[in-house]
Design a protein around this ligand. Structure first.
Ligand SMILES: [Fe+2]
Ligand SMILES: [Fe+2]
Length: 190
């Protein structure tokens, strides 16, 4: 990414979130090497995945409406869910990203989705396990991520779903679909 876009990103999400994005990128590159995936798209998707992580709620909602994002009931209830779809729009319109695989990986990085692409999977996982993440159970997912990406994703999603249930929070339907699909997809694995 060129310097001016990098500065724009730091300005809009702040230094702390930007540093997180760098760690996600580094982790995503390690995963890409492990699974023999080309790193160019991964680098772009990772650095921009949180480009819509706007701290100011009012401004976040304004941006979402500027980009004609229709908030469903879950997004209305949990504004945290907006930054994926909004990020895909901002990446396209303001950072000049045209590749739909990159835009999809940004769009679905918080929830996952049915039939996740390898790029979706690596961004989701890197965001979950980047080195500063230290919630209970992250070590197990981190180890598994470099051994069996689908199993690691399944575990990460199950932990997320349990976390949400314990806190009486909504579970985004795409996360359920992602988990179902991972199970169906792995039915022939040993
Ligand atoms: Fe995010
Ligand atoms: Fe993130």
């Amino acid at each position: 990414m060129d310097k001016s876009l990098e500065n724009k990103l730091i300005k809009s999400i702040g230094e702390k979130r930007y540093n997180h994005s760098i760690r996600v990128m580094e982790t995503a590159i390690e995963l890409a090497h492990t699974y023999n995936i080309d790193i160019e798209k991964i680098k772009t998707a990772a650095i921009l995945h949180d480009c819509a992580k706007i701290i100011d709620e009012t401004y976040l909602l304004k941006r979402a409406s500027d980009f004609d994002i229709i908030l469903d009931a879950c997004m209305e209830y949990n504004h945290e869910l907006i930054h994926g779809p909004l990020g895909a729009k901002i990446a396209k319109e303001e950072y000049g990203i045209k590749d739909s695989e990159i835009l999809d990986a940004i769009y679905y990085h918080t929830t996952g989705r049915e039939k996740m692409s390898i790029l979706d999977k690596i961004i989701y996982m890197a965001d979950y396990i980047e080195p500063y993440r230290n919630f209970p159970g992250v070590e197990e997912v981190r180890r598994l991520a470099f051994d069996n990406l689908n199993k690691a994703l399944l575990l990460a999603m199950e932990k997320t779903i349990i976390f949400l249930i314990e806190r009486n929070k909504v579970i985004y339907p795409d996360t359920i679909r992602a988990r179902n699909y991972l199970i169906i997809e792995s039915r022939f694995d040993k």
